[in-house]
Write a protein of this length. Structure first.
Length: 189
């Protein structure tokens, strides 16, 4: 037991690994269902707005299972993720001030938030592009862009482009890896 405690977190990491394995198994099961495209759309929509469940967990097994359909899966994930990001933007635009006023005294946070709001208004494209292409939860970027009143059309254009690139790279890599692995197995037989 003392050996496990020294292992960077001990039992907590074991629980996290079990949860990750459970998520992977659940995603692989959903990817094999007939309604897998609907699940992908729902997960991408939720991931783009409020729920921290990456659509890649479904996208990769789906592309590995049906490599010729990788582009269709990429477009589905992109469209619904953009819808989710638009929902996050709207939540940030309309609900963020209310949450800020109800949670904090406005004189303490007001000046600092106004500084951040101005910075995002000036350099919002860089934030949205970076947030959409990296593992950074994109819902925070969408909420911040809405709260900072970034131009909605610019926001949607950058999100669409960056998510299409991100999901396209993941989907094509997963489909390509599956096709390559099948070719290797055929040569070994």
């Amino acid at each position: 037991m003392s050996r496990l405690r020294g292992w960077a977190g001990g039992w907590r990491n074991v629980a996290i690994l079990r949860f990750a394995k459970h998520l992977r198994t659940k995603a692989q099961n959903l990817a094999t269902q007939r309604a897998s495209e609907r699940w992908l759309a729902l997960v991408a929509l939720a991931n783009g707005s409020v729920v921290p469940f990456p659509a890649e967990l479904l996208l990769v097994p789906m592309c590995c299972r049906h490599p010729p359909h990788w582009l269709r899966y990429c477009v589905i994930a992109t469209l619904f993720s953009v819808f989710g990001a638009a929902l996050g933007y709207v939540l940030g635009a309309f609900a963020f001030d209310w949450l800020l006023q109800s949670s904090f005294s406005s004189h303490v946070v007001g000046a600092e938030f106004q500084l951040v709001r101005n910075h995002i208004a000036d350099h919002g494209i860089i934030y949205v592009l970076t947030g959409s292409l990296t593992p950074l939860p994109s819902k925070f970027v969408a909420l911040a862009a809405g709260a900072a009143s970034m131009n909605i059309w610019m926001f949607l254009a950058v999100v669409t482009l960056s998510r299409l690139v991100g999901y396209g790279l993941v989907a094509s890599a997963a489909a390509g890896a599956r096709v390559t692995w099948q070719a290797v197995l055929r040569k070994l037989r």
